[in-house]
Ligand binder design. Structure first.
Ligand code: NDP
Ligand code: MG
Length: 386
């Protein structure tokens, strides 16, 4: 029996790596549903290539345009909007839903998929940062597998297999340090969106590429790790590793440290999740030790990466603070890419939102969504004098 896969975010960077895995394993995996925001043409091509029976274009405009242009194959049932996404995430025939939409928009479809008993491959980290307590509780209650697809968390998940929680000491997340890792600090004020959307090792969507430069990405990943592996902030560490070959470390109480290695391509983690618990040939060559290469590590510096410190603050504050961190960062990146704020104003905007939005100790899902909306509003309005 082939595993039936729903892919939310099919036209993005994770989406295209997933399609490579699906092409290589047609005997084991079948794509039964795909979703995108507005790129109807690319989604229609995917539906044609993989004979996908169900597709969703979240944007109503894009959906209407696609209907008019007849670009989708007749056998594909096309729908739109939040209801369409929810229906796709709960599709009766689906075995696993890979969530690779960007931002907090992934939360509702993820919760719907869990409630419907689907296993989840989780690439989207923002949804855990926003609603981690509720997502983890629902996954436990429904007995579904939450397979971490983010490369660091996938590495940790692999290293933890067979080890009881009481043997675990710390998790050490690796970070490339982004594109400005070695730039003089006084040049960061002049970073433009074009500069911040190029990454030295990874080819990713624009939002996560900016997050990688500021290390807000690693901050989101610390919070993601807190929820996935149930560890307090002081047992979650970050190390800069420019080559992005070691995807993270697990340190045990006896001082032994395990790591997972593979080249900086998401196909390894995606394939691991989709085929789990089985393994099969990789779609590309893995790390090759026949030619010499070096692996470097160094501690991160908060002067260069204030977003990382803010993420630790948010995680320590708990309650709604991680949701505030995430919403403020999403809007800060959006405004930076629109050239409304400067690169160094990204952490300023996050800090402003964290200090001016009221935290709540044990927020309900509705309260978190309220906080998310209020923070976005505040972050859109905030201006800086210089
Ligand atoms: P991209 O921007 O490349 O792609 C986002 C995808 O989601 C596109 O298919 C987009 O459609 C779709 N989309 C966006 N919003 C919605 C929505 N509301 N409803 C339905 N579809 C939507 O992002 P990435 O692939 O880089 O990242 C996706 C997620 O995975 C992020 O949360 C990121 O943090 C995480 N991640 C990414 C990694 C990477 O290597 N790229 C690594 C680890 C984690 P359209 O094309 O129409 O806009
Ligand atoms: Mg990652």
């Amino acid at each position: 029996m082939r595993k039936k896969v729903v892919l939310l975010g099919a036209t993005g960077s994770i989406g295209s790596s997933t399609l490579r895995v699906l092409r290589a394993h047609t005997d084991r995996l079948q794509l039964v549903g795909v979703a995108a925001q507005s790129n109807g043409q690319a989604l229609a091509e995917i539906c044609r290539e993989f004979a996908v029976p169900h597709a969703v274009l979240n944007s109503g405009d894009a959906y209407r345009q696609a209907r008019q242009s007849d670009e989708f194959p007749g056998a594909t049932q096309l729908s739109s909007g939040a209801e369409g996404l929810e229906a796709l995430a709960t599709l009766a025939e689906a075995d696993i839903v890979l969530i690779a939409v960007v931002g907090a928009a992934g939360l509702r479809p993820a919760l719907a998929a869990i409630e419907a008993g689907k296993d989840i491959a989780l690439a989207n980290k923002e949804l855990l940062v926003l609603g981690g307590a509720h997502v983890m509780e629902a996954a436990r209650r429904k007995g579904v597998q939450l397979l971490p697809t983010d490369s660091e968390h996938n590495a940790i998940f692999q290293c933890l297999q067979g080890h009881p929680a009481e043997q675990l000491d710390k998790l050490i997340l690796t970070a490339s340090g982004g594109q400005f890792r070695d730039s003089p600090l006084d040049t960061l004020a002049r970073v433009t969106p074009d500069m911040a959307t190029q990454h030295p090792n990874w080819s990713m969507g624009p939002k996560i590429t900016v997050d990688s430069a500021t290390m807000a990405n690693k901050g989101l990943e610390l919070i993601e790790a807190h929820w996935l592996f149930d560890l307090e902030p002081d047992r979650l560490k970050v190390v800069i590793h420019p080559q992005s070959v070691v995807h993270s470390f697990v340190q045990f109480i006896d001082g032994s440290i395990l790591a997972q290695l593979s080249p900086p391509s998401m196909t390894f983690a995606i394939q691991h999740c989709l085929l789990y618990p089985e393994r099969a040939s990789a779609v590309e060559a893995t790390t090759d030790f026949t030619n010499p290469f070096s692996l470097d590590f160094k501690a991160p510096d908060y002067a260069r990466y204030p977003c990382l410190r803010l993420a630790y603050d948010a995680l320590n504050a708990s309650g709604a603070a991680p949701a505030i961190f995430n919403a403020a960062n999403e809007i800060a990146v959006e405004r930076f890419l629109a050239k409304e704020i400067a690169y160094l104003e990204i952490p300023k905007l996050i800090e402003h939102c964290l200090t001016s939005t009221e935290n709540r100790p044990s927020p309900s899902l509705d309260q978190l969504l309220e906080t998310d909306a209020a923070t976005r509003d505040r972050a859109r309005k905030q201006t800086f004098s210089s």
